[in-house]
Ligand binder design. Structure first.
Ligand SMILES: Nc1ncnc2c1ncn2[C@@H]1O[C@H](COP(=O)(O)OP(=O)(O)O)[C@@H](O)[C@H]1O
Ligand SMILES: [Mg+2]
Length: 255
């Protein structure tokens, strides 16, 4: 029943910005294969090319060399969630969540029902007619999650979606994201600079080097699915975190 092909395949992928002496090598060379349904987390120091990679995956940016291929079965392959929410302040919460459905031309009744469902699942039902500016950071990020998931994307691209939130809220939203993604058929690609976040969420955690970002380590957190935030208390969690931190620390401090 499973799809036989990888959802994402990158080969020798690189990206540079600018030309000549001013050229900046931002990413790669990088190889990546993501299986359907697999939750992959990429963690790396600031400026290592994480957003560049995600923008290439989203089709917003071209590789300089190499390839990144996304294999999807439907017309609406990917949805993105950014750290700065990426929601429309001039639309109500409900209109934001409906946005992708309207773009997809989902019939009105069905779109209403799906939007209402996602508002309920993300704790936003009472805020359907509010404008995002009146909401807290956590609620705004829930709007972004609801909007992305309402379109039932095959690929869910997330670029440090919780980076702007305080630690407690971040933990809560991580747990909610775990629950939601485990109940869905989607393939999440999640970028973060938080090791803890990557270990809680990921089937696989890929550690990136400093710019130009390459993959320097790969780990599979040994926690079965369905998983909850309780894994944070496991001894394996702490062990993996310090193992990965040893790697990341070397990359985070410029030589
Ligand atoms: N549009 C751009 N033009 C020039 N340089 C860029 C552009 N986008 C990113 N960069 C540079 O590429 C590198 C990687 O950026 P980015 O992918 O945003 O890193 P990260 O998301 O890991 O912090 C950085 O040095 C950044 O300054
Ligand atoms: Mg970034």
């Amino acid at each position: 029943m499973g799809e036989p092909y990888p959802k994402v395949t990158a080969h020798d992928l690189t990206r540079a910005f600018g030309r000549g002496t001013r050229a900046v090598d931002a990413l790669g060379p990088l190889d990546l294969t993501v299986a359907p349904g697999e939750f992959v987390c990429l963690v790396g120091p600031s400026g290592c090319g994480k957003s560049t990679l995600l923008r290439i995956a989203a089709g917003l940016l071209r590789p300089s060399t190499g390839t990144l291929e996304i294999r999807t079965l439907s017309a609406r392959p990917a949805a993105m969630i950014f750290q700065d929410y990426g929601i429309y302040d001039w639309k109500t919460v409900q209109a934001n969540v409906r946005f992708g459905l309207d773009v997809q031309r989902v019939p009105r009744r069905e779109a209403d029902a799906r939007a209402a469902d996602w508002l309920a699942r993300t704790g936003l039902a009472d805020f359907a007619h509010a404008y995002p500016a009146t909401l807290s950071g956590g609620m705004r990020q829930r709007v972004a999650i609801a909007r992305a998931l309402a379109v039932e994307p095959e690929l869910l691209l997330m670029d440090e979606p919780f980076a702007a939130l305080d630690a407690q809220l971040r933990t809560i939203l991580q747990d909610e994201l775990l629950e939601i993604t485990q109940a869905l058929r989607t393939t999440p690609l999640f970028i973060t600079h938080s090791l803890e976040e990557a270990i809680v969420l990921g089937d696989r955690v890929l550690v990136m080097s400093a710019r130009p970002g390459r993959i320097i380590a790969e780990h599979r957190p040994p926690f079965p699915r369905p998983r909850t935030g309780d894994v944070r208390a496991a001894p394996e969690f702490t062990a993996l975190k310090s193992e990965l931190w040893d790697l990341l620390r070397k990359e985070a401090v410029p030589a």
